[in-house]
Design a protein around this ligand. Structure first.
Ligand SMILES: Nc1ncnc2c1ncn2[C@@H]1O[C@H](COP(=O)(O)OP(=O)(O)OP(=O)(O)O)[C@@H](O)[C@H]1O
Ligand SMILES: [Mg+2]
Length: 323
């Protein structure tokens, strides 16, 4: 018996993985949309997939869902291959794609009843799911007549109505208003508490930070990092910012305070960047006082912008070198 290559299905996959991706590549024309990606989504995990437009997130997610075929590499969902269309997996997965399809001539309630029936879900789940996504009052509206955000809510409902164990949501909050976004967070937190696994793409970094156990960042088809948001923020060494009202201390003097790494002027404030907040606050207190001084701790967005900005530069350099 020959030993298995790491890209075969016999590759080591953690038993607790809901989704396991090994060395997956997908090209369109000559261009790699997904380039050698490996990752594991654990059961019960809220897993975020982040990256700029065109990074390959939807392509990768659709390969996990069994909607697209990888050129090479392998995917296992609950230990089974999702491609070719695996009907045993369908009831266990809920899928909301970026371009979800609807039965447009039906009403909201008819649409979701149809989806529920396809998956053999109970009809009681239809009303409960419409309530959960804030469409409780829109049962009899034709899908055609929904607003963009309401359609998005219906797409999310269609992914949830049959109570799947594994839920894929591709930018579910893109068209939602602020309230709808927060309501969805609560719904998703509830699903996570029930032990469901959620794979989630978003451009809202605050959302990823608030919801995700781990995030993976894709840039130009390649996985740059997979980590817990707080760990990423901590280890990446992003700076905190202290906002000092203008006129309190001049730029030169602020830049000379111990621990200050950079100083800029923004929106009526002098912005001091530092990795030693306590030290700078103490020094500032001694020379200018702390009245009106605000502290901004680093967020996932800071780290994300740093990573994707840098990597985008590198990708551009690589492409220029190849050209
Ligand atoms: N069906 C297709 N045919 C040809 N190229 C495609 C197709 N789908 C995606 N691509 C290309 O693959 C790359 C990755 O696209 P993908 O939709 O996966 O990105 P994304 O990270 O989801 O972006 P976004 O944040 O805009 O949704 C892009 O360059 C895109 O133009
Ligand atoms: Mg996408």
């Amino acid at each position: 018996m020959s030993s298995p290559s790491p890209t075969e299905d016999s590759a080591a996959r953690p038993a607790q993985a809901a989704v396991s991706v090994r060395d997956v590549t997908k090209s369109y024309g000559g261009r790699k949309a997904v380039d050698g990606v490996s990752l594991d989504v654990r059961r019960g995990e809220f897993f975020g997939l982040l990256g700029p437009n065109g990074a390959g997130k939807s392509t990768l997610v659709e390969i996990m869902e069994g909607l697209r075929k990888a050129d090479s590499g392998s995917v296992a969902v609950f230990g089974e291959a999702p491609w070719p269309r695996n009907t045993a997996l369908l009831p266990r997965m809920g899928v909301q794609t970026q371009s979800s399809a609807f039965f447009v001539r039906q009403t909201v309630h008819e649409h979701l009843r149809t989806v529920a029936a396809l998956f053999g879900a109970e009809s009681a789940a239809v009303d409960a799911t419409l309530d959960a996504v804030g469409l409780g009052g829109r049962h009899d509206v034709r899908v055609d007549d929904l607003s963009g955000g309401q359609r998005q809510r219906l797409a999310i409902a269609s992914a949830l109505v049959h109570g799947p164990e594994l839920i894929f949501l591709d930018e579910p909050t893109a068209a939602l208003d602020t309230e709808g976004r927060r309501d969805l967070w609560e719904v998703l937190r509830g699903l996570k508490e029930q032990g469901r696994t959620i794979v989630y793409t978003t451009h809202h970094l605050d959302e990823a930070e608030a919801l995700c156990d781990r995030v993976a960042i894709l840039v130009a088809g390649r996985l740059v990092v997979t980590d817990e948001p707080q760990h990423l923020i901590g280890t990446f060494g992003a700076t905190s910012r202290l906002l000092v009202p203008l006129g309190r201390i001049d730029e030169e003097r602020a830049a000379a305070l111990p621990g200050v790494e950079a100083v800029s002027v923004r929106g009526g404030h002098l912005v001091l960047e530092t990795r030693a907040t306590g030290r700078v606050l103490a020094a500032l207190d001694a020379v200018a006082g702390l009245d009106g001084v605000q502290t901004r701790t680093p967020s996932l967005e800071d780290v994300y912008l740093d990573i994707t900005g840098r990597r985008a530069d590198t990708a551009e350099e690589n492409q220029e070198q190849q050209a």
